[in-house]
Ligand binder design. Sequence first.
Ligand code: F6R
Length: 615
Amino acid sequence: MCGIVGYIGPKNAYNVVLKGLQRLEYRGYDSAGVALYADDELKICKTKGKVSELVKKCEKENITSGHIGIGHTRWATHGEPNDVNSHPHVSNSGDLVIIHNGIIENYESLKKELTNRGYSFESDTDTEVLINLIEDVKKKENVKLGKAVQVALNQTIGAYAIAVFDRNKPNEIVVARLGSPLAIGVGEDEYFIASDASPFIEFTNKSIYLEDGEMAVVRLGRNIKVRKIKNDKLIEPYVQELQLSLDQIEKAGYEHFMLKEIYEQPEAIKDTYRGRMLPEKGLIRMAGIDDNIEKFLNARRIIVIACGTSWHAGLVSEYLFEDFARIPVEVEYASEFRYRNPIITEDDVVIAISQSGETADTMAAIKIAKEKGAFVFGVCNVVGSSISRETHAGAYTHAGPEIGVASTKAFTTQITILTLIALKLGKQKGEISNSQFHAYLNELDSIPEKIERTLQTNDAVIKVAEAYKKAKNCLYLGRGHNFPVALEGALKLKEISYIHAEGYPAAEMKHGPIALIDEMMPVVVIATKKGHYEKVVSNIQEIKSRKGKIIAVVTEGDTSVKQMADHILEVPDTFEEFTPLLTTIPLQLLSYHIAVMLGKNVDQPRNLAKSVTVE
Ligand code: F6R
């Protein structure tokens, strides 16, 4: 949550910071602000609303230049999203300015102490408390900014990625992180600071990712010094060469990132299995699994931890691991897992799934699992993310940047990775024969082309969207491998179109939700040929006899369901285990088109953020 950007160097910091904030807006868009130092003056401009509002305000107030600057796009935690609560925040003297992504949990007691010492506060934020704490330390101990930041942070409890500068010393920015991501872009004679590399990738591909508990003084004309916040120990920074390109983070002619990302799925899935799956050799090789194969083969059970869409991918994997590898699986919401007293042993393998690799609940659950001795494997999309570093081993999904807040290609690539792992383990355990294994690999290799075909049904999806865009509620039903797809379809609809939707295992309908069905209720039923087809057909009849409107996702050429359904959306035939990779596609398109028709902000739905770094 929240995006932070900073710049120091010969360019106009205003341009770099504002463009960077636009790229980071997926992280939060309740308010935005910038602090610039120009003409011996610290200038601040901030506003409720999006970065576009900030641009207007800055231009109006003529705050459009500086050689040093920091900016923030906010997902509100403390205090309502208004101009005053927006970042940056300034210390009481007006000297120090800060941007902050995270939460200072003990801010109330710190605020009380500072108030007793004469400090006053304009906003309701924890961040304003932090900048005044830094100022207090700096004055009391008569130390430089870097030292003051370090001492102050040692008095805080919580999570942060911060950037601070002093208007009296406008040649350096002090940064620190704990729990929230922070990257430093290293240019020739300039430095960039950001929550991820997207704000600076067009200027440099060299980046230092601070680890949790590290801070750095970023000063012009000097190499970056990284230190441990706890004990001031100096650390040699690792400068990483990034593979990210500018094209990957732009819309490439699509109206929305979400649509671009839906259409990227065939390529993204190929990127996920490229080099790992070799159908002609009958081989799956994945370093993270190969190096730890005994742990997986001897696992008493696999526990999958994740949130949201990633949790749905985890649910799909439960069917895959049980079918292919005969390993018992439990799929847990990370947020519940971490606050229970889970029974975990050294014989458990924990798989943590996260697109962003920054989700706070998933991160906390990983730490608990590690403490209890489990082997933890990460499935992340963002390279170098916190979760990818915290886990013992892992596999990247290689889906490329996912900017639309509603997750699409991350979901299908997560399923692809988990399918590869389950197949590999099934083969090694002798649960899958050679010929079956070959057949699975060849079929998986055909999935990208089948997704292309599914995407061609877009016009049919638009008609369905037109028919149901005014619905107030919607049910999604699926069985077996497609039950999690029903959950995911419902989540997509509610998060971007704000239509209430629920996903259910189809057979559960008669235990309650059937009471909701009448002629006003659209019901999306996943009824592909394999698996539980006959049973789903019975469920469709039950809905029909109560006058519900049926939108059925069926296998190409299906005739029986066609006779009963009000609308059908076809997907190519495939093995039952791989159907989620296809049935998900029309559901993503459906929610996308309904949201567009309703005039909603598809890429940045209200109240949401791409990366949930608060608990
Ligand atoms: C839904 C969505 C969220 C995320 C969830 C976990 O479209 O994007 O439900 O899936 O916040 O995020 P990650 O995967 O980054 O841990």
